[in-house]
Design a protein around this ligand. Structure first.
Ligand code: ADP
Length: 151
């Protein structure tokens, strides 16, 4: 399994508005993953629509797009072994009431339409999302602590 797998994690407008950015970043850092990109931004409607294009036929899609563009988000890319699957575990189930306590959604959210964070669901979707949200590319970041995280 590659140590340089990447995933796209976005703190949604409710997570930003509720002051949970630091808490969320802390959890990924504490696990041993490291940041490759981070930016706060207002999301153009076309970007929100493209990000969720696979859900375009769902009845909640218009509300979902409006939610994502309702305030600034924090878009991030994280790197490390198994970060897509393990990142989803850190994030928790889509419906926060079904998310395990200890997960981000399980600890901080209630409604599926206000679930505070997005995490890529597969390596392929992570690649698509990273290219979509960071067309400018990623920063180089190779922490010296990696020798203490990987044997
Ligand atoms: P996930 O974000 O866990 O990958 P999905 O890709 O299925 O989940 O859905 C994307 C987002 O759409 C969810 O995180 C949530 O914000 C929203 N969503 C999903 N299902 C519903 C629903 N039934 N009602 C409102 N919003 C929903």
């Amino acid at each position: 399994m590659a140590n340089n797998e990447q995933t796209f994690i976005m703190i949604k407008p409710d997570g930003v508005a509720r002051g949970l950015v630091g808490e969320i970043i802390k959890r990924f850092e504490a696990k041993g993953y490291y940041l490759r990109a981070l930016k706060m931004m207002n999301v153009p409607k076309e970007l929100a629509e493209e990000h969720y294009v696979d859900l375009a036929s769902k009845p909640f899609y218009p509300g979902l797009v409006n939610y994502i563009i309702s305030g600034p988000v924090v878009a991030t890319v994280w790197e490390g072994k198994g970060v897509v699957v393990t990142g989803r575990k850190l994030v928790g189930a889509t419906n926060p009431l079904a998310s395990e306590p200890g997960s981000i959604r399980g600890d901080f959210a209630i409604d599926v339409g206000r679930n505070i964070i997005h995490g890529s669901d597969a390596v392929e979707s992570a690649k698509r999302e990273i290219a979509l949200w960071f067309p400018e590319g990623l920063a180089e970041n190779k922490p010296t602590s990696l020798q203490w995280i990987y044997e």
